[in-house]
Ligand binder design. Structure first.
Ligand code: FAD
Ligand code: NAP
Length: 337
């Protein structure tokens, strides 16, 4: 383990933004991480923790220390119908999901093919197709940046919400997640509510799907719809789906009867941000080197050689036009640095 200087972050972010970090280090154990946190370079510089770099937009050179997590390992502990699976922060999320699916451990199959690492998964409570990690999360181990002390967080302490957790709010930049434990089931209760999953199962003639079937179907839907970061830079959905009050929703639906929406348990309505953006004419549109994806306007793409600032400015134009047309202010889901 060695702290390096002036390192390009191009290989470490899926938006493929070419910026440099003043200092860069990869840590493979908690002890290595604690030793970096105790170093003068760490104490004297701002920090950026990096997993797979698939939820970041780097708008300038990072004038501080980047710590890339390299802590690996998967352990399984079976108890009756439950299975507790612990994975190191640097395990690739999709490899971990496929490992669980292959063992017939249920709960993560809808989250197949989400890029990134296990360590980042609690940060925004990753979710897709009606499942969030909070549904199977048991606990995590994190190292406090200020002291190097190791702490266990249970589900309540993580304060999970829609694409949110305590690590994006009150404890932002305070802890580094070293490993996560999931509580999975041997008897699958599959979640098939999303139309795309039902449609693809029907297309394949599958009536009683297995965990593997659901994982395969989700993978196929995602490959067909989303840009592959290895060929076109992106960080998935750039904005969160806005949640609006029942009153605002009534105004919206009378002006735009076709508005795509999903009722939430608390009476509020979730709007599909991709639909709002598309209605403003942004789908597949490009300005300079920044654009939206042709199959999903919610995904901003680097059309080649874009700077982070160019993509950020493009996102600002989208926010303004959605606000002007619908009176709804989109919030960025991607972490801006
Ligand atoms: P990074 O981008 O490296 O980091 C993200 C944030 O977490 C940063 O603020 C970073 O500082 C922090 N962080 C990272 N690791 C740690 C750690 N160990 N401890 C503390 N903080 C940490 N997301 C979804 O929720 N659902 C989806 O369906 C989905 N689909 C996507 C599809 C595509 C094509 C792409 C490119 C992205 C998608 N995403 C999705 C977003 C992204 O994959 C997830 O948010 C993922 O969890 C990010 O993981 P990462 O390791 O790349 O995190
Ligand atoms: P989609 O299926 O076209 O649906 C559009 C939006 O409507 C989604 O964002 C989803 O909200 C919502 N939705 C659809 N069916 C729903 C249902 N039955 N109940 C409640 N809400 C429903 O979306 P997509 O872009 O192809 O993405 C598919 C899934 O993958 C979504 O869950 C999405 O969140 C996830 N995804 C996330 C990212 C990311 O970076 N965060 C990137 C790609 C895909 P939700 O987003 O709340 O599910």
């Amino acid at each position: 383990m060695q702290i390096q200087e002036n390192i390009s972050l191009l290989p470490f972010n899926t938006f493929r933004i070419a910026v440099n970090a003043k200092y860069f280090v990869e840590v493979k154990t908690i002890v290595e991480l604690q030793s970096v946190l105790a170093s003068d370079i760490c104490k004297q510089n701002k920090l950026l923790v990096l997993g797979g770099g698939s939820n970041l937009l780097l708008t300038k050179n990072f004038d501080g220390l980047v710590i890339r997590l390299g802590i690996k390992g998967i352990t399984v502990c079976e108890q009756d119908e439950d299975v507790f699976v612990e994975a190191g922060a640097a395990e690739v999320w999709n490899d971990f999901v496929l490992f669980c699916v292959a063992q017939n451990f249920a709960g993560l199959e809808n989250l197949t093919l989400i890029p990134g690492t296990v360590g980042a998964s609690p940060v925004q409570n990753i979710g897709a197709y009606g499942v969030e990690i909070k549904d199977t999360f048991h606990s995590l181990l994190a190292v406090e940046i200020a002291t190097g002390e190791v702490k266990v967080f249970d589900k309540e302490a993580c304060k999970f919400d829609y694409r949110e957790s305590v690590f994006k709010s009150a404890l932002k930049n305070k802890y580094i997640i070293a490993s996560v434990v999931f509580k999975l089931q041997k008897n699958a209760v599959l979640k098939l509510s999303y139309g795309a999953i039902q449609e693809e199962l029907k297309n394949r003639g599958i009536v009683h799907p297995s965990i593997q079937d659901v994982s395969d179907v989700v993978a196929a839907i995602r490959v067909a719809k989303l840009p592959d970061p290895s060929t076109i830079g992106n960080a998935g959905s750039f904005f969160k789906n806005p949640v609006v009050s029942a009153a605002l929703f009534q105004q919206l639906v009378s002006a735009f009867p076709e508005v795509v929406h999903f009722p939430l348990a608390d009476g509020q309505e979730k709007l599909a941000a991709g639909w709002l953006i598309e209605q403003c004419g942004w789908k597949g549109k490009q300005i300079g080197n920044a654009g939206t994806w042709k199959n999903q306007a919610l995904v901003l793409v680097n059309c080649g050689g874009a700077s982070g600032k160019e993509i950020y400015d493009f996102s600002e134009l989208i926010i303004q036009s959605v606000k002007a047309k619908f009176g709804v202010v989109l919030a960025r889901e991607v972490n801006i640095h």
